[in-house]
Design a binder for this molecule. Structure first.
Ligand code: PMP
Length: 355
């Protein structure tokens, strides 16, 4: 830290992204990316747009917004595109929390919520998940705070029914409820249809997972017109050109590839169920996931040891040191071939332990 760094950030603990190793060709199952490259039409659209990179991008993302309004079945004024969904979440912390309005979120959830709260000096409360790692929606009724819920949750993978989220929305009419649907396309239930009914609901989604565009950085917020206007005020006060030309073109082309999207999501769901079954057969406890990852633990080996041993064998998964989940590892769902390599290595590591 330099002597110039603002005091207000001196205690900041920044978010730690998953490893992106450069040393080896790992079977990379640690950051919930899609194992499938984007379709050819998306790549072509990006290349065509790159030839116009001397021009600023459209700050209104007009074409993309028009296409997305059609895809999500909402009005154009109910959408805001951002540089990854991390950016819309950051905007939401800035727009809807302050000294008198703290944030609440689960104790085990997306680590960035805490970082954003600390970055902006927002007080926050963490509500413990139940013993089975599910959310008890009753804990969020009348909380007098801005609520952030990842649904399905990460890194647990567990999904909350929309009917329970509706109870939270009803019980907090004077506070915004942010539902982070980064993983909803893998079998979860979306709250988007509720935005017409609740003016306190903001849904965030990403193109990073189900649409194979993690490297392009594209997220979207979906809410009633007035919440989107608030978020736009933050966007135009920070970075009006937050979505670059190439990414905007990628997003548009991706939304035109509905069949490819449906097919790849279905493959991930199938590979997830296959992997969960094989892990359970090896004695793992596997949380019920509606995402493109699984959180699993074994009585035979600690989470840290399994993570290290897999890494030494060229298979990367994610281990978290937080007390409640330190016995687990989070495994992103890849191709069937990748999952077989992962499973075979786990099998060998457990067999070595038994000797
Ligand atoms: N929400 C959750 C729950 C996530 O796991 C992630 C991915 N790390 C994000 C939001 C942000 O994703 P992105 O910025 O790539 O859209």
């Amino acid at each position: 830290m330099s002597r110039f760094f603002s005091d207000k950030f001196s205690k900041l603990a920044p978010y730690t992204p998953g490893e992106q190793p450069k040393d080896l060709q790992y079977v990379k199952l640690n950051t919930n990316e899609s194992p499938f490259p984007p379709p050819k039409s998306v790549v072509e659209a990006v290349c065509a747009e790159a030839a116009k990179a001397q021009l600023y991008s459209d700050p209104e993302c007009s074409l993309l917004v028009e296409k997305a309004a059609e895809t999500f079945g909402v009005k154009k004024t109910q959408l805001l595109f951002t540089n990854g969904s991390d950016e819309i979440l950051n905007f939401a912390f800035m727009a809807f929390c302050d000294k008198s309005t703290p944030a609440v979120f689960a104790d085990i959830t997306y680590g960035f919520y805490k970082v954003f709260a600390e970055l902006h000096g927002i007080a926050y409360k963490q509500i413990p998940l139940k013993a089975d790692f599910s959310i008890d929606y009753r804990d969020y009724l009348g909380v007098n705070a801005t609520t952030f819920i990842a649904n399905p949750n990460a890194p647990t993978g567990i999904s909350l029914p929309v009917s329970e989220i509706e109870e939270i929305l009803k019980a907090n009419p004077d506070h915004v409820v942010v539902i982070d649907e980064a993983y909803v396309d893998f079998g979860g239930e979306s709250c988007v249809p509720l935005i017409e009914k609740y003016d306190n609901l903001l849904v965030t989604q990403t193109f990073s997972k189900s649409r194979s565009l993690a490297g392009a950085r594209l997220g979207v917020g979906i809410a009633c017109e007035s919440l989107i206007a608030d978020l736009n005020a933050i966007k135009y006060s920070t970075n009006p050109y937050n979505v670059n030309r190439m990414t905007m073109a990628a997003g548009y082309a991706s939304l035109c590839e509905g069949a490819h999207f449906a097919k790849t999501c279905a493959v991930i769901e199938k590979n997830r169920e296959y992997t969960a079954k094989k892990l359970a057969e090896m004695g793992f406890e596997v949380l019920p996931s509606k995402t493109n990852f699984l959180l699993a633990k074994s009585e035979q080996i600690s989470g840290e040891e399994l993570y290290q041993k897999l890494k030494a064998r060229g298979v990367l998964v994610r281990h978290f040191s937080a007390e409640r989940i330190k016995d687990y590892n989070r495994v992103s769902i890849g191709t069937l071939k990748q999952m077989d390599i992962f499973l075979e290595n786990v099998r060998q590591i457990l067999a070595e332990k038994e000797q």
